[in-house]
Ligand binder design. Sequence first.
Ligand SMILES: C[S@@+](CC[C@H](N)C(=O)[O-])C[C@H]1O[C@@H](n2cnc3c(N)ncnc32)[C@H](O)[C@@H]1O
Length: 259
Amino acid sequence: MALTPADWHDRFTRQARWTHDLRRYLYERAGMRSARRILDVGCGTGVLAAEMPRYTQASIHGLDINPAHLSLASAHAPQTVLACGDAHHLPYARASFDLSLCHFLLLWVADPTGVVREMARVTRPGGAVLALAEPDYGGRIDYPEALEPLGSWQQASLRSQGADPLIGRKLAGIFAGAGLQAVETGVLGGQWSGPPSNTDWESEWAVITDDLNQMSAVAFEPAADVDLQKLKELDASAWSRGERVLYLPTFYAWARLPD
Ligand SMILES: C[S@@+](CC[C@H](N)C(=O)[O-])C[C@H]1O[C@@H](n2cnc3c(N)ncnc32)[C@H](O)[C@@H]1O
């Protein structure tokens, strides 16, 4: 069964939990506290916009191309000024914002350099552009080895959906290509404290299953003897033995515009 917008909201909420500490650090570095207008590009269901009032009194603007996501965003982040639009052509005047940011957006867009250039255009001189998190599935680590196919399937699935699974490693080059000199680029480390909750684990598997279902026959040619249910069981038993490792390198970059 296909995932609903509410399922995607759960997924986005989980992703935002992984990047929470990094986000706080980057908000501090980029001066979110003193910002007056902030733009969240590809704001999805409003997960980041909903928490921003904790860090700033700025007016928060969110843009997304998907009306179903925006309708959830208006419920989760009612203080946010929302717009439906394409990140490649932001419907805002030059220098309208103090900060513009995105989180798990650039892997999904056709021209990530063009999007970052647009974010820079709508940000004022002295303001900041932040790509808070972009994954790199090519660097994913799955252990035990029997679970490694999950990473390559997810890469193939993302490609078949038009996403770039290797966007993370390209992020510094994307900022440079957009004419921005990044103040800082890096990759989020991994810390684990026990297995995920059952709800999180089931919901992660719902995403894996949905990803695989979406793959075209051409893109997805699993070995005949591979059984998703079996992998799910292996995953559960690896967690219960305390030996499961799942690491997805997640890159970030931010730049300050010249005054
Ligand atoms: C993985 S979600 C991340 C949502 C949100 N940033 C978060 O972290 O919770 C990616 C979002 O980007 C949006 N998106 C994809 N392509 C877009 C485009 N060209 N312009 C604007 N939004 C886009 C999708 O609709 C989706 O809501």
